[in-house]
Design a protein around this ligand. Structure first.
Ligand code: NAI
Ligand code: MG
Length: 496
C-alpha cells in the first residue's frame, strides 16, 4: 500500500496519507488490512486506506497516554495556542485541497465544502484564543479558621473522538481543536466512508508542530476500531458524533471505566412556517434546511410544519425550489446537491421514499432515485417534498438523512408547539414569522439545543451547539465545549 494517495479532483490532483497516524508516524495496520474508500458521485475507488482495529487502537492509546503524561503536559498554553494558529494557517493555505478531498470522499458539492472555509478557520482560531483563556477560580468558603480554596482546570486526558462522514473536515477540527486547546491528547477515528480529509489534517497537525502522540488518527470500521476506542480502559473521554443507535452503544461501552462521554447525535428537527412569514426568505430557507448536503446534516429541518392557510402555496413553492436545484457530481462548481455518501445510505433513503408513498404521503418533488446518464453510477436522490404527511408516519418520526422534507399542516401556535416537540429528538428547530412575540414564545417552548428564527443552520465557533433528549448531551462550540475536555479540581489549603 502506498503511504500517500493521489486522486484526480477534476480541478486538479490532490494527495494525502492513507496509513494510520500513531505516535507521530505513518504506519500500516497491525493486521496489514486495508479498505477501499470511494467517490459516491461516480462509484470510483479513490484509495486503499489502512484498516485499524483493536490492536492499533491499543497502540494509539498507549502513545496518547505517554504524550499526555510526558512532555505535552509541560507545554504552556501559549505554545498550544501557537500550534493551533500554525495549524489554522496551514489549513487556510491548503483549504481548497481539503475542500476537494471532502467533495471526493463524501460527495458534498464544492459549492458547499469551499463555503466551509470561514467556519473551519474560525473554529481553529477560536480554540487557539481559548488556549490562553482557561482558568480556575478562587472561591470564598465559609469554614472556620484560615482555609483557602480554589479550583484548577485540568485536561481530562486521553480523548477518543469518533466522527461521521457528513462533514469530515469540520468534524475533525471540532474534536482536535478543543483537545489541543485544553492540553488533552486524542485518537481520532474517522468514518469508514470518508477517512481521507481527517488523515490529511493529521499531516498538517505534524507540520504545525503537534508533538508525537498528541494527535493520532486511526481509520477503520465502527464495530472494530470504534468499539475498541469506546470501551478502552485507558481512554478518559469519548467525544462522539453520529447516529443515536451508535450513541447508545458508546454509552454502554463507556461503562467499563465510566469514562466521560459527549454525544452529538441525530434529529428530526421541526421547521415551523407561519402565514405571516417573509415567504421570499422562508422558501429557500426551509428548502436548504433539508436539501443542503443532500439532507445529511444532523440538525436538518426535516419536519416542515406549515400553517394551514398557506400550506398548499408554500409546499408547492418549496417543491419548485427543490426541483430547480442542480444535482450532480460535486466537482462541478455549479452543482448545489451532490450524491448520498454510499450505496448503504442510498438504500436507506430510497427505502424511506417507498415507505412515505406506502403511508399515503404525496411527493410534490423528487421521490425517486436519479439514474439518468452518468448519475446512475453514483448515489443520487433529488430534493424531495412529501405533502399530506401525518405526525404518526415513519417519515415524520425517523431520521432519514436524505434530501427529504415531510410537510405537515398546522393551525395554531399551541398546537404546533405540542406537535413540534412530539419527537424523541431535540437538536435543531426553525421558526419563520414576522411576529416577534411568536418568535420568543417558540424560542422558549421548543425542546431543542438550537432555535433558528428567520434563518436556519447558523453556526459560530463561540455559540454552543448540541442536543436535548435523544439528540445527545454535551455542547460543541462556545465556552462549554472547552469544559467538556476539562476536569475541575478543588484545592484546599489551611494557611494557619
Ligand atoms: P454511525 O453512527 O454508525 O457512524 C458514525 C461513526 O461511528 C463512524 O465513525 C462509525 O465507524 C462509528 N461507529 C459505528 N458503530 C460503532 C460502534 N459500535 N462503536 C463505536 N463507533 C462506532 O452512522 P452511519 O452508520 O454512518 O449512518 C447511519 C445513520 O446514522 C444515518 O443514516 C443517519 O440517520 C445517522 N447519522 C447521523 C449523523 C449525525 O450527525 N447526526 C451522522 C452520521 C449518521
Ligand atoms: Mg455505520
Amino acid at each position: 500500500m502506498d503511504t500517500v494517495t493521489t486522486v484526480s479532483g477534476g480541478s486538479g490532483l490532490v494527495s494525502g496519507p492513507t496509513r494510520l497516524l500513531i505516535d507521530g508516524q505513518w504506519v500500516n495496520a497491525a493486521s496489514g488490512k486495508t479498505f477501499e474508500t470511494r467517490n459516491p458521485a461516480t462509484g470510483e475507488i479513490l484509495a486503499d486506506v489502512a484498516e485499524g482495529d483493536a490492536e492499533d487502537v491499543n497502540r494509539a492509546v498507549a502513545a496518547a497516554r505517554r504524550a499526555f503524561k510526558g512532555s505535552w503536559s509541560r507545554v504552556k498554553p501559549n505554545e498550544r495556542q501557537m500550534i493551533l494558529l500554525r495549524l489554522a494557517d496551514l489549513v487556510e493555505r491548503h483549504f481548497d485541497d481539503l475542500a476537494l478531498l471532502d467533495t471526493l470522499d463524501m460527495g458534498a458539492p464544492l459549492s458547499r465544502t469551499r463555503a466551509g472555509r470561514q467556519r473551519v478557520l474560525g473554529m481553529l482560531r477560536y480554540y487557539a484564543g481559548m488556549a490562553t483563556a482557561l482558568h480556575g477560580e478562587t472561591i470564598e468558603n465559609s469554614l472556620p479558621g484560615d482555609i483557602f480554596s480554589y479550583t484548577l482546570k485540568e485536561p481530562v486526558g486521553v480523548v477518543g473522538a469518533i466522527i461521521p462522514w457528513n462533514g469530515p473536515l469540520s468534524a475533525s477540527v471540532w474534536k482536535i481543536g478543543p483537545a489541543l486547546a485544553t492540553g488533552c491528547t486524542v485518537i481520532l477515528k474517522p468514518a469508514e466512508e470518508a477517512p481521507l480529509t481527517p488523515l490529511r489534517l493529521g499531516e498538517l497537525c505534524l507540520e504545525a508542530g503537534v508533538p508525537p502522540g498528541v494527535v493520532n488518527i486511526v481509520p477503520g470500521f465502527g464495530e472494530t476500531a470504534g468499539a475498541a476506542l469506546a470501551a478502552h480502559p485507558d481512554v478518559d473521554k469519548v467525544a462522539f458524533t453520529g447516529s443515536h443507535v451508535t450513541g447508545q452503544k458508546i454509552v454502554q461501552a463507556s461503562a467499563g471505566n465510566l469514562k466521560r462521554v459527549s454525544l452529538e447525535l441525530g434529529g428530526k428537527s421541526p421547521d415551523i412556517v407561519f402565514a405571516d412569514a417573509d415567504l421570499e426568505a422562508a422558501v429557500p430557507g426551509a428548502g436548504m434546511a433539508v436539501f443542503a448536503n443532500s439532507g445529511q446534516i444532523c440538525s436538518a429541518g426535516t419536519r416542515l410544519f406549515v400553517e394551514q392557510k398557506i400550506y398548499d402555496e408554500f409546499t408547492d413553492r418549496v417543491a419548485k425550489y427543490g426541483s430547480n436545484l442542480r444535482v450532480g457530481d460535486g466537482r462541478d462548481p455549479d452543482v448545489q446537491v451532490g450524491p448520498l455518501v454510499s450505496a448503504e445510505q442510498l438504500e436507506r433513503v430510497t427505502g424511506y421514499l417507498a415507505i412515505g408513498k406506502q403511508e399515503g404521503a404525496r411527493p410534490l418533488a423528487g421521490g425517486t432515485r436519479l439514474i439518468d446518464g452518468k448519475l446512475a453510477q453514483g448515489y443520487f436522490v433529488p430534493p424531495t417534498v412529501f405533502a399530506g404527511v401525518r405526525d404518526d408516519m415513519r417519515i415524520a418520526q425517523e431520521e432519514i438523512f436524505g434530501p427529504v422534507i415531510s410537510a405537515i399542516p398546522f393551525t395554531d401556535i399551541e398546537e404546533v408547539i405540542e406537535r413540534g416537540n412530539a419527537t424523541t429528538f431535540g437538536l435543531g428547530s426553525g421558526v419563520w414569522t414576522k411576529d416577534v412575540s411568536k418568535a420568543h414564545k417558540l424560542a422558549k417552548a421548543i425542546r431543542a439545543g438550537s432555535v433558528w428564527v428567520n434563518c436556519y443552520q447558523a453556526m459560530d465557533p463561540a455559540v454552543p451547539f448540541g442536543g436535548y433528549k435523544m439528540s445527545g448531551y454535551g455542547r460543541e462550540s462556545g465556552l462549554q465545549h472547552l469544559e467538556e475536555y476539562l476536569n475541575v479540581k478543588a484545592v484546599w489549603i489551611r494557611t494557619a
